[in-house]
Design a binder for this molecule. Structure first.
Ligand SMILES: Cc1ncc(COP(=O)(O)O)c(C=O)c1O
Length: 561
């Protein structure tokens, strides 16, 4: 009898354990299904794969024919490359000289310089097509380097430049005037802060505001608050989305340690919604609405342009629908929805992405342009989520400080920005904004097509990206032709072009002329060639073969800089 009940109890425990592990297994499978199949969607695997990628580089003899181009084409490429190199050396002499003087001591410069193009080509390109790191002035939509060359600015200063550089010179200048009497006093606030808070509450439609020094910090704080209030551990971000360089939002390549409390899910996918519905450890869902332009793909840097698979397409309706569904699940599960509008806030609509897509978030982060030209990060949020202490547990707090938060000069400059932002003149800029930039993108695409050039642009309002319509290993060369035509790009090259809203039709026409001229010159120099055997797949396979061969061959060390 005793034996029988013990056995029964054992069976009961085993059955319960089995049921529990089946539930756990089912949830694990659901999570796996909600990961994007690319490496970008698998942070741990990406880090592991990255650690296996060996260094190797093409010799000068190989470099112009890594797609098995015939001799004649390789020679044309080499001649074109050397012509560009001579032009760079002559035209950018002083800028390059001054850059060389400091680059050994500025780590950031060494990094960006090394990752402008795929690493196998990097050293040779660096030696011959040096990119200067200095500019001395800005005016209108142009910047001027130390040699007096002026460039149409397509960098947008990482998105900060929304209304034109001259505007920010004004906001900073006037802001400095206002704050001068107080100077750099920190802790107590400059009175301008009250006006900023009032305007930010109106813009965000949220109750409270906190000030930080960068977008990265604003995101850190928003996530920390969500974890504090929900008492849950995991943040959900979507595949490819950039949210600054804090470890938890950058779980893959680039972060030396894994992020254990981050789920990276597929963007715009029912599988991800299922995970949100069934996991109970999710503290917040973090969305960067810029991903609408290239869902599930990372920041499109030219250093990863090994072939022509980079694509982009902005479908506002589809993304709106996705955000609405996300909103509904977050509400249902009491998970705070955070919009990271550090990039797109103020750029898409006066009320930011919330207005543009018609979806309300619980917390919103802003940055970049909001500082009126000075460093800034801001969190706006629901009152219950912004609170950093508990009335019933005085020792249980959510700590957040920062020496330079609410710096008087930044606050005063922000006030100038926000004051202008509310003027009819500024509001007029948002009228027809998408139509204007869509028409400009269409115009450029038409011209590229008419000239039979394998290049196309896609855009989300004034944020653009370039893609390539024919398989090639050399698309990254376009950035150097564009520069030669007087177009300034950021270090990620043709992956992201950011226009300020003070671009006139005439300015844009000049950019389009130069863009087409650059692509034509590149085509004439033989970098793009049609060959049925040259497909994106064959390129990828070849690069993979090279990597495997180098991985298992005797070690070749990276070059000394
Ligand atoms: C969406 C988004 N979030 C956060 C950040 C980080 O901002 P910051 O560079 O000011 O730290 C960026 C920067 O590009 C961003 O685009």
């Amino acid at each position: 009898m005793e034996w029988g009940s013990a056995t029964l109890a054992l069976y009961g425990v085993a059955a319960a354990a089995l049921a529990t592990s089946l539930v756990a297994l089912r949830r694990r499978l659901q999570l796996s299904k909600a990961k994007h199949p690319s490496l970008t969607g698998h942070s741990h695997m990406a880090r592991r794969v990255a650690s296996f990628v060996p260094f190797y580089e093409y010799s000068e003899a190989e470099l112009f024919r890594t797609d098995d181009a015939p001799d004649e084409i390789a020679a044309r490429r080499r001649a074109g490359f050397m012509r560009l190199a001579a032009l760079y050396q002559q035209r950018f002499a002083e800028t390059i000289r001054r850059t060389a003087e400091v680059s050994d001591a500025i780590s950031d410069l060494q990094f960006t310089d090394a990752y402008r193009v795929p690493f196998q080509y990097s050293r040779f390109v660096r030696e011959h097509l040096k990119t200067g790191a200095f500019v001395q002035s800005s005016a209108g939509v142009k910047v001027t380097d130390l040699d007096g060359n002026s460039f149409y600015d397509l960098t947008g200063s990482y998105g900060v430049n929304l209304f034109g550089y001259d505007f920010y010179k004004e906001t900073m200048g006037t802001g400095f005037e206002h704050a001068r009497e107080l100077g750099p006093v920190l802790g107590p606030y400059h009175p301008v802060i009250a006006e900023n808070v009032k305007r930010l509450r109106e813009i965000s439609g949220l109750d409270e505001v906190s000030f930080h020094m960068s977008g990265t910090e604003a995101v850190m704080q928003a996530v920390r608050l969500a974890r504090y209030h929900t008492r849950r551990s995991h943040l959900v971000r979507f595949c490819g989305a950039y949210h600054g360089w804090w470890g938890d939002v950058q779980p893959g390549i680039g972060n030396p340690v894994p992020a254990h409390e981050t789920y990276t899910l597929k963007d715009m996918s029912e599988d991800s919604l299922r995970v949100l519905r069934t996991r109970h450890n999710i503290a917040c869902v973090l969305v960067n609405p810029l991903q609408a332009l290239h869902p599930n793909a990372g920041a499109p840097s030219d250093s990863s342009l090994v072939d022509s698979t980079r694509t982009a397409h902005f479908d506002k309706n589809a993304y709106t629908d996705w955000l609405k569904r996300l909103r509904a699940i977050c509400t249902e599960q009491s998970v705070p929805l955070i919009f990271d509008e550090v990039f797109v806030g103020f750029r898409l609509a006066p009320g930011g992405a919330q207005e543009y897509f018609g979806v309300k978030a619980d917390l919103v982060t802003y940055g970049k342009t909001l500082g009126g030209g000075l460093p800034i990060g801001v969190v706006c949020g629901r009152r219950d989520l912004m609170k950093r202490f508990r009335d019933d547990r005085p020792a249980d707090i959510c700590f957040a400080r920062g020496t330079f938060n609410s710096h008087p000069y930044v606050m005063a400059s922000m006030r100038e920005f926000l004051r202008y932002f509310e003027t009819p003149q500024a509001r007029a800029l948002y009228r027809d904004l998408d139509r204007i930039w869509n028409e400009r993108a269409n115009l450029l695409n038409r011209r590229l097509r008419q000239a039979a050039l394998p290049v196309a642009v896609a855009n989300m309002s004034s944020i653009w990206t370039v893609s390539y319509t024919q398989p090639s290993r050399y698309n990254w060369m376009l950035q150097f032709y564009l520069r030669a035509e007087g177009l300034a790009l950021s270090w990620i090259g043709t992956g992201r072009l950011i226009f300020s809203l003070n671009y006139t039709d005439a300015d844009f026409a000049a950019v389009a002329d130069r863009f087409v001229a650059a692509a034509k010159a590149m085509q004439q120099d033989g970098w793009w060639r049609s060959d049925p055997a040259l497909t994106n797949k064959s390129i990828k396979r070849r690069v993979l073969r090279e990597m495997i061969a180098h991985r298992f061959s005797s070690r070749r060390d990276p070059p000394m800089r």
